[in-house]
Design a protein around this ligand. Sequence first.
Ligand code: ZN
Length: 200
Amino acid sequence: MEIATITDGEFGENCYVVADNGCLYVIDPGVDYDGIKAAIDKCQLPVKYVFLTHGHYDHTFSVKNFDKSIIYAHADEKGLLNDAAQNLSEFTGTPFSINGINYYSGGRYMIDGIEITHTPGHTAGCVVIKMGNSLFSGDTLFYDTVGRTDLPSGDPKILQKSLKLFDSFDKSLNVYPGHGAPFVLGDAYKINYFLKKNNK
Ligand SMILES: [Zn+2]
């Protein structure tokens, strides 16, 4: 498995283009579509799925460049994706809403060996995506903190509960967050106040 990281210069969000078994998987197609396209073209492989960890505009800006039939998000994110004010694109000068993509529901969703776990809190339909030894954590978990909870459908109590779900993950997983550098999950447990809080 090979992972290319495309970080937008203005908003700092990470898009990941993952090459695995002859296919590409795009996680959070954000603002820098030129960079995302270059990473895809370099691999010369078909894009099988596009996964959204959540609906905020900086993680979904380039969704419009992909076929809707391969895009997946959690059903609890539908309202936010559909609404330019809630997905915050309204405040960027380029309002957009996302409709007609695929939605799954429930706490855990498996697709082709990829394990998606619902981790609400930053937004209602946030998920983390596990592929092999890599965990794509969106804005749910960063190395030393968590995503903000003061935006539409955010809830600090629910996020704290969602963090409990990380206890069941192998601590050797490499975590690729929605912003910032990757880290080993076990290392975050040593220093991240929000993870430590659950395990006192
Ligand atoms: Zn976000």
